[in-house]
Design a protein around this ligand. Structure first.
Ligand code: ADP
Length: 656
């Protein structure tokens, strides 16, 4: 029989397939099953139009059969089938192929042949159709009988050198594809496609929601019925205690679950079903804390089923974590993690999108520019945002737990990109409140602000307890202000990025601006104290040298004698955070030692300073100054610069 040659374009694609070193060769099965499913759809619609009653949709199926001895994998369907002409046209040429068009475009752009390496990428990124069979098979036989015709035909090809086409025998209409699998090589295990286990796994992974049964004869084991085993000779007690005998048998099993949970009517799916679907599909042990299901009909029709995990994935805050939603085209998985569907700040959301408007041939490159995908992503972002607001409103406890798991990501989202997304996210974040002693939203803070209060006060620190001890915090609280305690490293960077919320500026209680809230008398008293003690303050600054930028009196310390604050853009907390990062060593905030003019401790300082030079005078003042500075440093949660100097100073004080 004469060999026919492939059309030029087909040859090119075929070459790509045969020589591919692509790692996801397994997708050939998805492609062939999808073709089978399409053929069944076509038969269904054809007979529906003809009003043909002999064809029942319930009889439709796709079958897999592996023969280890012959090294063949057979995929068959009882769909519409192909006539001789169609076999020739469909499998002998590729009229239109996403992969090929893309490859040619690449070649044009580069003014020459695309390199081998690129070929492999291209294959991976597209649905590659029938020709993908050649990634795993060195010979492919397609026997098909078109619905309504009497003769069947067989198309056989071993690849690039062409194909043969002849009449063949076949019962009933449909298509049977026999793949003669390639021999295993060092790097490639083709034999796995003969294993029940692998085939089941691939069907579940890629084709679970094909709406026709995908069947295979599988080997099963069962224990022999008791009466059978008792018939063995003897029948003594010892014999009946023998391990029960097992036998193997074959049974036709449907490998796919057929109906996607997201296509079932909303009110027919229970929470348990969603939860167990989530856990098995996304490998989580914990139930999701929120299930979002949405269907949109319009320019772009799709259904999305999204989950907010109930716990933080173990690799969530590492480089290994990949965001993305699974993307299906009418129930067929195109991509496991489509990252274009989620913004970074919602990267914790898991789930899937199924759209009939997306083609199987969509690639990672074209995804970024795909209008449908962009539209879906925009809608989903809004949907997730609203769902989180609803969550916050209706289940505070649950939301707080969620915020504990993923709040940091929302905060990163505010900080990221110089704050472009801050307005979208600001109402979702929570901070600890000095007044409520629990997490509150910024709206809740604003709602309770005093009428004369102009700013949102915050204080950063390691823990709530430590922040609570800060003199400037106590002073602000004493004046009746609510203070947000920023205990997460990123918090202060976040409020600095936001600058304000609903026109109220954020202000650290350590900042100078806090004095805006002081009364006239307070200001007057402070000015007087400063004027009278210029020399003392200058002496203290001189004693501490480079350690501080300034020593000053402050009227907001309550009962505490000293506190450490900062001026300039970098606060003490930011100093701590930045110095923990490998690249930013040696960053120091401009420290300010604030002294309470009314404290008895300050009284002692004035006394000793008044005695002039000598052990009881300036020497003692210097000792006090160093001790007070270290005290302020410790209260701020920083470590003292020189612990041995501190020990000596304490000893000196004791033996005086
Ligand atoms: P695509 O499915 O993207 O059109 P393929 O290369 O997979 O590209 O298949 C080419 C054509 O061959 C299909 O459009 C279809 O008409 C025909 N075909 C493939 N497999 C089958 C099948 N199992 N039954 C009937 N027709 C098929």
């Amino acid at each position: 029989m004469a060999k026919k040659q492939f059309k030029a374009e087909s040859r090119k694609l075929l070459d790509m397939m045969i020589n591919s070193i692509y790692t996801h060769k397994e997708i050939f099965l998805r492609e062939l099953i999808s073709n089978g499913s399409d053929a069944l759809d076509k038969l269904y619609y054809t007979t529906l139009q003809e009003g043909e009653s002999g064809v029942k949709r319930s009889d439709f199926h796709i079958d897999l059969a592996a023969d280890k001895e012959a090294r063949t994998l057979t995929i068959s369907d009882n769909g519409i089938g192909m006539s001789e002409k169609e076999l020739e046209q469909n499998l002998g040429t590729i009229a239109r192929s996403g992969s090929l068009a893309f490859k040619e475009e690449m070649e044009k752009k580069e003014g020459g042949a695309a390199g081998q390496g690129q070929d492999t990428d291209i294959i991976g990124q597209f649905g590659v159709g029938f020709y993908s069979a050649f990634m795993v098979a060195d010979q492919v036989e397609v026997t098909s009988k078109k619905y309504g015709e009497d003769t069947a035909h067989r198309w056989v090809s071993a690849g690039a050198d062409g194909y043969t086409l002849e009449e063949a025998e076949k019962d009933g209409w449909g298509t049977v594809i026999v793949l003669h699998l390639k021999q295993d090589t060092e790097g490639e295990d083709y034999s796995q496609y003969l294993e029940e286990y692998t085939l089941k796994g691939l069907v579940r992974k890629y084709s679970d929601y094909i709406h026709y049964p995908i069947q295979m004869m599988v080997t099963k084991h069962r224990t022999k019925a008791p009466e059978e085993s008792e018939q063995t000779e003897g029948g003594t007690d010892a014999a009946s205690e023998k391990a029960p005998e097992t036998e193997t048998y074959q049974e036709l099993e449907t490998l796919n679950s057929m109906e996607p949970i997201w296509k079932r009517p909303k009110d027919k799916v229970t929470d348990e079903e969603y939860h167990s679907f989530y856990k098995s599909r996304f490998n989580d042990f914990a139930d999701p804390c929120r299930v979002i299901r949405t269907s949109v009909e319009g320019v772009s029709s799709y259904t999305a089923l999204l989950f907010i995990p109930g716990q933080t994935p173990f690799d969530y805050y590492t480089q290994d974590y990949e965001k993305g939603l699974a993307l299906y085209s009418s129930g067929v998985l195109i991509m496991d993690k489509c990252k274009e569907l989620l913004p970074d700040y919602f990267n914790f959301v898991r789930g899937l999108v199924d759209s009939q408007d997306l083609s199987l041939n969509i690639s990672r490159e074209t995804l970024q520019h795909d209008r449908q995908v962009k539209l879906i992503a925009r809608n989903l972002e809004k949907k997730i945002k609203n769902e989180l607001l609803e969550f916050l409103k209706t289940d505070r406890e649950g939301y707080e737990k969620f915020f504990g798991n993923f709040g940091r990501q929302l905060k990163y989202g505010i900080y990221d990109g110089y704050g472009v997304n801050k307005d979208k996210l600001a109402d979702l974040i929570l901070f600890y409140s000095s007044a409520e002693k629990k997490l509150i939203t910024l709206d809740e803070y604003l709602a309770k602000m005093k009428t004369d209060q102009e700013k949102i006060y915050y204080a950063p620190g390691e823990t709530v307890e430590k922040i609570d001890q800060l003199p400037q915090v106590q002073a602000a609280k004493a004046k009746g202000f609510e203070v947000l305690y920023l205990t997460d490293e990123i918090d202060e960077f976040v409020v600095k990025m936001m600058q304000d919320y609903k026109e109220k500026a954020f202000c650290s209680v350590s900042e100078e601006d806090m004095s805006v809230q002081e009364t006239e008398e307070e200001k007057e008293a402070l000015k007087k104290a400063v004027d009278e003690n210029q020399d003392l303050l200058a002496f203290m600054k001189e004693t501490l040298g480079e350690k501080v930028a300034e020593v000053k009196f402050s009227g907001r310390l309550g009962d505490a004698p000293v506190t450490l604050t900062s001026k300039g853009g970098i606060s003490l907390e930011m100093e701590k955070t930045l110095n923990r990062m490998p690249v930013n060593r040696g960053i120091r905030a401009e420290r300010v030692l604030e002294l309470n003019p009314d404290s008895p401790v300050t009284g002692k300082l004035k006394e000793s300073f008044g005695r002039g030079d000598g052990a009881d005078g300036k020497e003692l003042t210097a000792l006090y100054t160093r001790l007070l500075y270290d005290q302020a440093v410790l209260i701020s949660g920083l470590s003292v610069d020189d612990p041995s100097q501190l020990s000596q100073d304490i000893d000196a004080l004791i033996i005086r």
